[in-house]
Design a protein around this ligand. Structure first.
Ligand code: COA
Length: 252
């Protein structure tokens, strides 16, 4: 159990809130486990019709907790991050991302598995995996080019650049942008609309649009192998050391 993830269900809607604002909502293994459990519980409960991710604090999430990255997975079995990624990939019901601040790493890649992505005007998106000596994850190497195009995706991955909410909207990464002051009310209203829609039609619509699960799974698994190897590499060590010391990384 962690209070860094809040899970609340009301009026057919589950809201999963990142609640670690003092660490910019960096996501730990305990948090991934809580998120995986919440998505799986939602998928299994016919009475709940929508799940929305959002956050407390000024960040959506600064991505995977860097210390946890370095520590590596605990115990046997599928690591919590993998459980979470498979849970969102396989979820047959509506997933909504209400991106109310900067979304880094998994903050961006989880939105690729959400059916509706809304962002606040001040939100930003970045996937600086290569800057960290890592590679794209969560099947983002397949999904991001498919959504925003190859050149734009490479710009995001290879330079680690940050997209504004308006750029993300133009590129099709987010569905709508709302002013910060209206964001919570607007996303709540849209989530309620989804939660009250015809459930079978909604499921069928999702299945029709998201019809490449086998290829996405294959991509995710291939990425995971390379990602795990890079985590053990000197490139990752130097990248994190440089980030912590706020100096440029130097690769031999
Ligand atoms: N993992 C672990 N801790 C993180 C974190 C992360 N991904 N992101 C932020 N934090 C922590 C900081 O270490 C700091 O902790 P401290 O107060 O105990 O020192 C706290 O959150 C606040 O962050 P800080 O860096 O002081 O805030 P900032 O506004 O100057 O910068 C970021 C915010 C997000 C730009 C910066 O923290 C950052 O670059 N984080 C790493 C992002 C990243 O590369 N994520 C991985 C993506 S794959």
């Amino acid at each position: 159990m962690t209070d860094h993830i809040l899970v609340e269900t009301a009026h057919r809607l589950t809201t999963v809130t990142f609640n670690r604002p003092e660490k910019k909502n960096a996501i730990t293994q305990d948090m991934y486990q809580a998120m995986a459990d919440a998505v799986n519980a939602y998928a299994a409960d016919d009475d709940v019709r929508a799940l929305m991710f959002t956050s407390n604090g000024d960040y959506f999430t600064s991505g995977n907790d860097l210390q946890d990255f370095a520590t590596g997975p605990r115990g046997d079995g599928l690591p919590p991050v993998a459980q979470f990624l498979h849970a969102i990939k396989d979820c047959p019901k509506a997933l909504i991302a209400a991106v109310n601040g900067p979304a880094i790493g998994i903050g961006l890649t989880l939105t690729l598995h959400c059916d509706l992505v809304y962002s606040a005007a001040s939100a930003t998106f970045a996937a600086p995996f290569v800057k960290l000596g890592l590679v794209p994850e969560a099947a983002s190497s397949m999904l991001l080019p498919a959504i925003i195009g190859m050149a734009a995706a490479n710009d995001v991955f290879m330079t680690g650049r940050t997209l504004t909410s308006e750029e993300a909207l133009r590129m099709g990464l987010t569905s709508r942008v709302f002013d910060d002051g209206d964001f919570a009310a607007e996303t709540q209203a849209l989530a309620a609309l989804v939660a009250n829609a015809a459930p079978n039609a909604m499921r069928h619509a999702k299945a029709l649009v998201r019809n490449q699960n086998a290829a996405i799974t294959e991509c995710m698994n291939a990425e995971s192998e390379i990602f795990a190897a890079q985590l053990k590499s000197p490139e990752f060590g130097e990248s994190v050391a440089a980030l912590m010391a706020k100096r440029p990384a130097v690769y031999p």
